[in-house]
Ligand binder design. Structure first.
Ligand SMILES: [Zn+2]
Ligand SMILES: [Zn+2]
Length: 414
């Protein structure tokens, strides 16, 4: 068996992992690099020729979730390679493509195969893959357990335990996964300070308090982060409108259809969707929580939001910024568009928590899966930082940051 980390050992995003036996070869995630501070994506692998080379002899690509740094190269993949993602995740990707209006990408998505959390599937009769649902800032995100050549490999994808859906993580690992041979795990938070990570539930309390003080709340958050959207929706006082545009409504309807049967938290059936007659009048009289997007949105909804900001008394409105602080803090990731938008408000609250596993959570996953052969960190700025986790010396000695041969498995870290 061979495990190749094509990309992601020493960078966040652009993840590509390959697992190969003598007869089967799969890629887990096939992501684009994250955008730089000017919002531009620089990626030397994002060409048909490079993708052709990387996917040569690959049987299938399995995606953990729909974030661009995990799926971004999907539209360059040759048709002979099967691509898999969770069923709800695929719905979200399709809704996004309709919004962006890239017909070629929509055709490729029609060819995708889907998997269901907890249901194993087999590639080429010799590689068994079981997805396990995890909490992340995307819905229908999954860890993947790969069983082949007598080895058990857990690829965590992006995950956390401090979201509503993260409560079951420990139980799932204990009951359904157990000990593995190789753990390929994200380590995003290793380079992001040591402060305590707030839970999604704690955010809800903070947001509720703001909504008690301000009748008109504008929210800047990811349009596909189901748990965060649920936090805002639930915190919005009864009788107030939950305002969004048709794209956001499409995404929220997908979430409702798939998840409201599991929890009323994910029931977004009462949206006030723009365009709608007399919407602004109704918003002014009832109060609202309005989901906005700042990224280059110059459309009708953006103009409507501009008008709302102008017409509502400044003292009664507030912006809640609920994304990574790096985009609005001084430094290389700062987005000038976000900074300019904040200046429109006299009251701004920054309320956010990470979509990624805290150091404590990473420690727990390492201990619970207790890998017999190796821990391979990915999705972190420096994979060597994994050695700073409070795990046992024995587990620490199994952290791999350079190519090597372990227990019959060739590990290549490029
Ligand atoms: Zn990611
Ligand atoms: Zn992600």
């Amino acid at each position: 068996m061979k495990i190749t980390i094509h990309r992601g050992a020493n960078q966040i995003g652009g993840c590509i992992t390959e697992i190969a036996t003598n007869t089967t070869r799969i890629l887990i995630d096939f992501g684009l690099n994250l955008p730089n501070n000017e919002g531009k994506i620089e990626d030397n692998l994002a060409t048909t020729a490079q993708v052709e080379k990387l996917t040569h002899a690959v049987d299938a690509i399995i995606y953990t979730h729909y974030h661009g740094d995990h799926v971004g190269l999907f539209n360059l993949v040759p048709k002979r390679v099967k691509q898999y993602i969770g069923c709800t995740a695929l719905e979200v990707m399709k809704a996004k493509q309709t919004y962006i209006n890239k017909s070629n990408d929509a055709e490729i998505l029609e060819l995708f195969s889907t998997y269901k959390s907890g249901k194993a599937f087999v590639i080429n009769n010799d590689m068994r893959i079981t997805p396990f649902f995890v909490s992340h800032s995307a819905c229908d995100a999954n860890m993947l357990l790969i069983e082949a050549d007598g080895k058990r490999i857990l690829h965590t994808g992006d995950f956390r335990d401090h979201g509503y859906l993260g409560k079951g993580l420990k139980k799932v690992i204990e009951k359904y996964i157990g000990q593995v041979d190789f753990l390929i795990t994200e380590g995003t938070m290793l380079s992001r300070g040591s402060e305590k990570v707030a839970t999604e539930k704690e955010l809800m309390t903070l947001i509720s308090n703001i909504m008690k003080q301000k009748k008109y709340v504008f929210v800047q958050c990811s349009s596909t982060d189901m748990e965060r959207l649920a936090t805002f929706h639930k915190a919005n006082p009864k009788g107030r409108l939950f305002v969004c545009d048709t794209y956001q409504a499409d995404i929220l309807n997908i979430f409702s259809l798939a998840y409201k049967k599991h929890s009323s938290l994910f029931n977004f059936d009462d949206l006030a969707t723009f365009p709608k007659s007399n919407l602004l009048t109704e918003m002014v009289s009832k109060g609202f929580c309005a989901l906005i997007r700042v990224n280059g949105s110059k459309g009708k909804y953006a103009k409507f939001i501009e008008k709302s900001i102008r017409e509502i008394p400044t003292s009664e409105q507030c912006l809640i910024y609920s994304m990574w602080s790096g985009y609005v803090a001084e430094g290389k990731h700062q987005k000038s568009e976000y900074i300019d938008f904040r200046k429109r408000f006299s009251s701004v609250a920054d309320i956010h928590t990470s979509g990624h596993a805290s150091k404590d959570c990473l420690t727990e996953v390492c201990s619970l899966t207790n890998p017999t052969s190796a821990i391979i960190p990915i999705h972190c700025e420096q994979s060597s930082e994994y050695k700073n986790l409070s795990i046992s010396p024995e587990l620490k000695s199994k952290i791999i940051t350079h190519s090597c041969f372990v227990d019959g498995v060739n590990i290549d870290i490029l």
